[in-house]
Ligand binder design. Sequence first.
Ligand SMILES: Cc1cc2nc3c(=O)[nH]c(=O)nc-3n(C[C@H](O)[C@H](O)[C@H](O)COP(=O)(O)OP(=O)(O)OC[C@H]3O[C@@H](n4cnc5c(N)ncnc54)[C@H](O)[C@@H]3O)c2cc1C
Ligand code: HEM
Length: 403
Amino acid sequence: MNSNQKELIKATIPILRASGEDLTNYFYARMFREHPELRNMFNMGNQANGRQKSALANAVLAYAENIEDPSVLIGVLKGIGTKHRSLNIQPEQYKIVGTQLIASIAEVVGEAATPEILEAWTVAFYQLAKIMIDLEKGLYEENAAKPGSWNGWRKFVIKKIVEESTEIKSFYLYPEDGKEIANFHAGQFISVQVFVPELGLLQPRQYSLSSAFNPEYYRISVKKESGIAPNPSGLVSQTLHSKREGDVISISAPAGLFHLEKDSKSPLVLISGGVGLTPMLSMLETNLNALQNKKTVWIHGCRNESVHAFKEQISALKEEAEWLATFTFYDSAPNDEAFSNEIIEGRVDLHKCKEAILLEEAKFYICGPEMFIKTQYEALINLNINQENIFYEEFGPQLINLN
Ligand SMILES: Cc1cc2nc3c(=O)[nH]c(=O)nc-3n(C[C@H](O)[C@H](O)[C@H](O)COP(=O)(O)OP(=O)(O)OC[C@H]3O[C@@H](n4cnc5c(N)ncnc54)[C@H](O)[C@@H]3O)c2cc1C
Ligand code: HEM
């Protein structure tokens, strides 16, 4: 890319900022019209609620802003590449996205999009595409090399379904081919692909693995998303909740950057909101199975006791494990004898348990909705925790960038 083209890209940033959403709306509509098969690959729930669109708009803008040195984006691109790998995105599909994106810029921006500007954006897009294709090639190779692993989709039988709360069910997934399955790091997720009758489409979603690695099966725990009017109910979570034992679904191999560090001896502080407790369960069980258990503090917040999944298992474990402390925040707490000083009424407030969590060299893991993550992250920074020791996962497109 020559310096004139870089200047043209930089000059386009204000136009993109102004029409970023319009452009991506237009782009997706155009792409799905010309390539309807891709609707099976994208999360149509995120398309409807607009979240994936802003993720792509942000990525394109971030790239334009860093056109002089795109290498600063490598951390972000690794996160996107990891998600792409878990969805089996292929190099040839970049051409489809590139063609649709450039055509959309031409059509949305109109006459102001001169041939030179379009050429500069074409060069820029394929430069970014090459970085991502190369990065993803490495991820596919690394994944294929792991014992028991696979690229793309593999069929698993739901052998057991367990109700964990009024709205969360666990699914025990066994490989249909009976062969070995891949190990994973506690905190990682799998992508699940199911047919959604309401859409007449296959749909992928991500679910964190909610137990320590077991060579027989993977376990996920899924909250049934009941839409609050006027928003519709969640498509895949409803479909999964209607599944029976013996049904078959497709999943991709474990992936994700939010996980316990191998061989780290640091104490753990796990902070979860709602169904954001799933990766923490895997971390907790992995620590339980380890030769030396790390000191662990788990702070969890949810609406009330009836939606608090796994609470009996955690209480039972706490009786035996002196390395574990827990604090539970309920929006509304039960007013009976079971109410202990480890159950606190109100939203999660880390200042209320700061003595317990200010552990030397601790690693902090946060998982929950966007606002929850932002609030807890800010609280940790206020408690002088170094941001390098804070890790977080949002259960949707990565829209927050705090580190
Ligand atoms: C890494 C990762 C790990 C995850 N782990 C877990 C886990 O362990 N357990 C778990 O339960 N979930 C997990 N999730 C979330 C999960 O992937 C799904 O997003 C979730 O199950 C909802 O999917 P759905 O198909 O049911 O809802 P969708 O159909 O995708 O809808 C999502 C939301 O958008 C709203 N919506 C849909 N259409 C519209 C519209 N037109 N206007 C406004 N709003 C609308 C719905 O009401 C719903 O609240 C994880 C996500 C990620 C990225
Ligand atoms: C340079 C080109 C691309 C960029 C900048 C890009 C950017 C992104 C970003 C930022 C996300 C969100 C990551 C997250 O969920 O955390 C994402 C997810 C995704 N991308 Fe890409 N992407 C590109 C190319 C492609 C291609 C070629 C395909 C395949 C047709 C594709 C399909 C997807 C899908 C299916 C998702 C998940 C969507 C969802 O869950 O809603 N992307 N991409």
